[in-house]
Design a protein around this ligand. Sequence first.
Ligand SMILES: [Fe+2]
Length: 344
Amino acid sequence: MALIRLALVAVLLGLLALPQGAAAQQPERVLNLYTGRHYDTDQRLYDLYSAFTGVKIYVIQGDADQLIQRMVSEGRNSPADVLITVDAGRLWRAEQLGLCQPVVSDYLASRIPDHLRHPDGYWYGFTKRARVIVYAKDRVSPSELSTYEDLADPKWRGRLLVRSSSNVYNLSLTGSLIAAHGEPFVEEWARGIARNLARTPQGGDTDQLLAVAAGQGDVAISNTYYVARLLASSNPEDRAVAEKLGVFFPNQNDRGTHVNISGGCVASNAPHRAEAIEFLEFLASDGAQAIFALGNHEYPVVAGQALSPIIEQWGPFREDTISAAVFGANNPRALLLMNRAGWR
Ligand SMILES: [Fe+2]
């Protein structure tokens, strides 16, 4: 950027003659992407975007909390143009820290439902991730399952597997329950969850699925794409694990299954703002939505898009349409409450 500016100043001062055909020699357009996503298929997104726009993407991949901290330390000099996270809680945190700028885009507004984006355009969701109950098909009948609330019932004592309370997926799920029921009810619920655990929380969602298949517990809470990934694996052992598991969409008779988002924002000090907005719009395009869906088995946010065949077989479900801004904002309260309740 500095070099380009220097060259412009030099041209204005008449120190450099504007070369013939200068209009054809556009400076290289670039985009600096900070992303908490860690999926191999995302490279296809970057390649497609670059092929369409000629913009070169520089990717910095890492834990979203660390990326957010890095942007805070970099301050006004941050090279970040776009921040992508895998959950609403961290988008909310980034926005609260002043790291995101509002984007007004008729295209994004028309493609992405209201509840999956910030009301003032500070961030947008690009995929949905349903957080469901996964059960051991040989020990649990779907007729025994109903809601997240029911998982706190004593009938699940010693049978439930879920990762730690500090995990953002659980914070957002609990944040959605707080919005539905208020804190006192949810604290009691979290106490029931903690009591019902088959073991001290450890590992990620996939580890809970493996534990159900291994008989360490009978039901787990997991995002659907982890199950889909096992089913689609080239490793027969993964597929054997997945065959033992059933997927149940909770709360179908009331507010619907909790759905988190993977989404992004344009950084407040983005050096390449135009490219950043263009990139967000690209992520909402049919092509990008298909890569998200088919590559990582996530649900597209845009209505009417193709699903991965594995996701498709689970059928449509009612989703909780509470705003991601609301359960994202509830994340800190959720963590305090879950810790008080003994969910580690
Ligand atoms: Fe994940």
